[in-house]
Design a protein around this ligand. Sequence first.
Ligand code: FMN
Length: 474
Amino acid sequence: MRFPSPGHARNTAALRAQLEQLGAGFDLADDVPAGSALGTPLAAFGRTLGNRFCIHPMEGWDGTPEGAPSELTLRRWRRFGGSGAALLWGGEAFAVTRDGRANPNQLCLGQDSERHLVALRTEVQAGAREAGVADPVLGLQLTHSGRFCRPDGPFAPRIAHHHPALAAKYRLAPDQPLLSDGELEAIGEAMLASAKVAHRAGFAFVDVKCCHGYLLHELLAAHTRPGPYGGSLANRMRLFERIVAGIRRDCPGLQIGVRLSAADTAPYERDPETGVGRLMAMPHGWRQFHFGIAADDPTRFDLAEPLAFVQRAQQLGIAAINVTLGSPYWNPHLQRPAAYPPSDGYQPPFDPLLMVGQHLAVTRALKQACPALAFVGTGYTYLQEWLPHVALRQVERGFVDLIGLGRMVLAYPDLPRDVLQGHGLQRKRICRTFSDCTTAPRNGMVSGCFPLDPFYKDRPEAERVKQLTKDLRT
Ligand SMILES: Cc1cc2nc3c(=O)[nH]c(=O)nc-3n(C[C@H](O)[C@H](O)[C@H](O)COP(=O)(O)O)c2cc1C
């Protein structure tokens, strides 16, 4: 481990000193009692959410080849349902076409999708009932994987613009054809068809996903694309707006959220000598290939366009924005701050606490610009023992409305309940960001918390994951 872990800080004063020395730009509450601001209700999605926790979407790479949930998928959704979080943001990415899947085991639209989605919703409700908590407000995250489609295993990219560095990294021909305008519109129709199924299956909202390098996020970066879907921001948002308009027209009452990669850096790669992440060379510059990036520095953000996106989303009646950064494919150290990289990653080039600080700062800036819109924040898992303390400070200051939880709830889904009841965290269940949940699927296995969840510890994959990650943990 190259940087001191927040989990080693003995108390809030010690972590505060560490954060100040780093210039991380955020602070934490000293105490998180029962009845704290994390338990205050929030009006969003046309409902009243009973508290300020949200479960982020997380795939398990465990759907059937037909795109239906497996027993593992159902187990995960049931655990999320019993977490005590008031909001379940999509469960996991649901591909709107078979060939738009990011892996052969991703859930996707098919003939029986309505039945499958009802089964998932029922599982969430059963989890809530078992745990004695209110049913969470439930959404479905709609995705098309664009450049990162792998419906049958190998990459089968469908790109919206040419990105020279990503083309080199993923060995794309320089003349790889772009998705045509008609193909983009057909994907928009598939998004709408999926929203209709989610609506019929009783989901409260859909997320028109614009993050992590997948298609609608790639379109936001398509400055160099000719025609009606590239160039100006209005053009780059055109498909998104078309999908939103279709859902509004055909699914009355269905709410819409957006998970947005609100800022970015140029792509990173592993330095073969040190194993640490370093910027990839981008001889053509980076600004015209990314969304929310500064012109003078490939590691700095420029929030002008993301702010314009969020303001427009508010005009369109979007219920909430779930703010995330970057992509797991080109800057995983930013997208999911971690002590240890996944097997295809690199050692963190910066203290992950600084990356957490970037998530918090971007969310705060967007919230300040659009105070009436609900915002979900990301990047809290790395805080480990101090997640509740930082979360409380962010919420009580009005910097964010809901605390999104990702990797932490794979190991410890009932963390929100413990926090809301004023209990201390169960230390043995705290995610230490080993990245096994990413290493496993990168190597063709299902995802889950192999180090901490006894169910996954006992699975046949656990030993292989351990071998794969051994060298990364020294
Ligand atoms: C195993 C795994 C699967 C994920 N799947 C999705 C997904 O389907 N959709 C999505 O928007 N983000 C996905 N993410 C990203 C998380 O939602 C979240 O943004 C990230 O883990 C950072 O939050 P954290 O620090 O609380 O873990 C995934 C992350 C992990 C570790």
